[in-house]
Design a protein around this ligand. Structure first.
Ligand code: 6PG
Length: 249
């Protein structure tokens, strides 16, 4: 079921409300399969956290992965924690175990964000240079075909946290940031990089995201600043998250 352009929830862009996490994962997977069919090179930034795991597992499922020309995929990351690549807290590791090790994306086309580098600012500049070398630009920023994002309870997205300096960076595509919770040191794409994308899709499940979602509609949290300049914004919500917006706790 799709709500209108945010008309029932006040969210910007298109809102798609799915029965539960399983239906959200399968619907979002089908949507992505449709998107990448038309691309000679499909540059996608994966989201971290826990919500996307079911989507990645769905994409890796034989019933889905056979529909995708994986050799066209170029995988980037929206953010990464300052932990070793294979640490259980690593967004790369979550994507690797749920998707990347199960599908035939050429290794050179998987661009891990090097937040395990002790010199995070240098690492951010290196990642930005890799993005700019690999992805067609639009208005001075690399234009990814798709950026997947989650929504933190405090309204952060990627690793753009309320009050952190990274939310004020406008002249870079990637920058170090500080999270409210461990692991605190991060690398993240910036708002200009996120908003240069052709499509941005948020994946949000659970009643506990109510305040963050209300923060988006009230434009008082970082995620509210994700508004693609010349692109599509889509919210995939499960019913629990959608219902929680309507109810005051
Ligand atoms: C991270 C993510 C972060 C995440 C939100 C939601 O590195 O933690 O990039 O932005 O998407 O915190 O996390 P959940 O999906 O676990 O609720």
């Amino acid at each position: 079921m799709s709500a209108g352009c945010g008309d029932s929830l006040g969210l910007p862009g298109q809102v798609r409300i799915l029965r539960d996490e399983a239906e959200l994962a399968s619907t979002a997977a089908e949507w992505i399969v449709g998107l990448c069919k038309g691309s000679a090179a499909f540059h996608v930034a994966l989201a971290g956290g826990s919500t996307p795991r079911r989507l990645y597992e769905r994409l890796a499922d034989p019933s889905c992965q056979t529909k995708v020309e994986w050799s066209r995929w170029h995988v980037w990351f929206g953010d990464e924690r300052a932990v070793p690549a294979y640490d259980e807290a690593s967004n790369y590791q979550m994507a690797n175990t749920s998707l990347l090790q199960h599908v035939a994306i050429p290794a050179r086309q998987i661009h891990r964000m090097p937040a395990d580098d002790p010199y995070l600012d240098d690492a951010a500049h290196r990642y930005e240079a890799e993005l700019r070398a690999g992805v067609q630009p639009s208005r001075g920023m690399p234009r990814l075909e798709l950026v997947l994002l989650g929504l933190g309870d405090d309204g952060h997205t990627a690793s753009l946290f309320p009050g952190d300096g990274a939310t004020r960076v406008t002249d870079r595509a990637c920058t170090p940031s500080r999270a409210a919770q461990e692991p605190k040191d991060r690398l993240t794409l910036t708002f200009p990089a996120l908003n240069a994308a052709a499509r941005v899709a948020f994946l949000v499940t659970g009643r506990h995201k109510a305040d963050a979602l209300r923060g988006v509609t009230a434009a008082r949290v970082p995620a509210a600043r994700v508004r693609p300049t010349d692109g599509e914004l889509v919210w995939f919500l499960d019913q629990a998250a959608a219902d929680s917006m309507a109810q005051r706790d």
